[in-house]
Design a protein around this ligand. Structure first.
Ligand code: MF3
Ligand code: CO
Ligand code: CO
Length: 248
C-alpha cells in the first residue's frame, strides 16, 4: 500500500531520518582499515540507541545485526562478522532507525585509505545516480523516471545496474509500496504524490548487473563476477515543488 504522510507523520520521519544521517556521519568518522564489519555494526547500534531510536534492521525478518556492511564485491546486505576491512576497500553501510513508529533508511559507501581511481569513480558515479534521479522530481512525476535516470547515468559510464533489488516506500514499515527500481522507461509508472516518502537507492556494479544470493547466511548479495559494487541511499519526501532529502 502506498501511504501519504500527514504533517505530523512527516515530522516523525524527519526525526528518524536525522538520526540515520547522524549515525552515518559518525560511522564515516570512525570506520578504518583493521576494523571488522562487526565492529562497524557495534558503532551503529550504540549511536542509534543513544538517540532513543531502534536500529530496525535488527530482527527484521530474522536479520541478525543493526546494519548491513558490504565490502567491495558485496552489493548489499553484508552481514557484520569477522571480515576485516582493508586499506583500499570500499564499504557500504546501510542502516535504518525507527523512532515514534516511523523509519528512516540510508546508505553510504565509504572509501578506506588508499582506494584505486576506478573504485573511487564507481562510488562517485553511484552517488551522482541518486542526484540525477531526484533532478526535477516532484508530485506528478512518473515513478520510473527515477530508474531511467539512474540507468542512463550508470550505463553511460559502463556500469551494471542491479535489478534484483530496488528502492521502496517507507514510513510505519521499513518497506512499503511502491517498489522503486533503478532501471526503467521514462514517462511510465504511477505518478508520485506530495506526502509520499520513498527510498531511492542505486546499487551499481563495476561489471555485470548480475548478482548472487548467499544461501549460507540467507542475506549477503554479491556481484556475480566478483567485481566491486557501490550503494547510495536516501529517504526523500515528495513535495508539490520538488523533494526534501530527509537523510542529508
Ligand atoms: N536498509 C535496507 C534497505 O535499503 C534493508 C535491509 S533489511 C536487512 O532497504 F534486514 F537486511 F537489514
Ligand atoms: Co537501506
Ligand atoms: Co532502503
Amino acid at each position: 500500500m502506498v501511504t501519504i504522510k500527514t504533517e505530523k507523520e512527516i515530522e516523525y520521519m524527519r526525526e528518524s531520518c536525522r538520526i540515520v544521517k547522524e549515525t552515518l556521519e559518525f560511522v564515516g568518522k570512525n570506520i578504518r582499515a583493521g576494523m571488522t564489519t562487526k565492529e562497524v555494526d557495534e558503532l551503529v547500534y550504540k549511536y542509534i540507541t543513544s538517540c532513543g531510536a531502534y536500529p530496525s534492521e535488527l530482527g527484521y525478518e530474522g536479520y541478525p545485526a543493526s546494519s548491513c556492511v558490504s565490502v567491495n564485491e558485496v552489493v548489499v546486505h553484508g552481514v557484520p562478522g569477522d571480515r576485516i576491512i582493508l586499506d583500499g576497500d570500499i564499504v557500504s553501510v546501510d542502516i535504518t532507525a525507527e523512532k515514534n513508529g516511523f523509519h528512516g533508511d540510508a546508505a553510504r559507501t565509504y572509501l578506506i585509505g588508499n582506494v584505486s581511481e576506478e573504485k573511487k569513480k564507481l562510488v562517485k558515479v553511484t552517488e551522482e545516480c541518486f542526484f540525477k534521479a531526484i533532478e526535477g522530481l516532484q508530485a506528478g512525476s512518473p515513478l520510473y523516471d527515477i530508474g531511467y535516470a539512474v540507468q542512463k547515468h550508470a550505463e553511460s559510464n559502463g556500469y551494471g545496474v542491479v535489478r534484483a533489488l530496488t528502492g521502496h516506500g517507507i514510513g510505519k514499515s521499513m518497506h512499503e509500496d511502491p517498489s522503486v527500481p533503478n532501471v526503467g522507461r521514462r514517462g511510465t509508472g504511477m505518478r508520485l504524490k506530495a506526502g509520499m516518502t520513498i527510498c531511492i537507492e542505486p546499487m551499481i556494479n563495476m561489471g555485470t548487473h548480475k548478482v548472487v544470493f548467499n544461501s549460507q547466511d540467507g542475506w549477503t548479495v554479491s556481484t556475480a563476477d566478483g567485481k566491486p559494487a557501490a550503494h547510495y541511499e536516501n529517504t526523500v519526501l515528495i513535495t508539490e515543488t520538488g523533494v526534501e532529502i530527509l537523510t542529508l
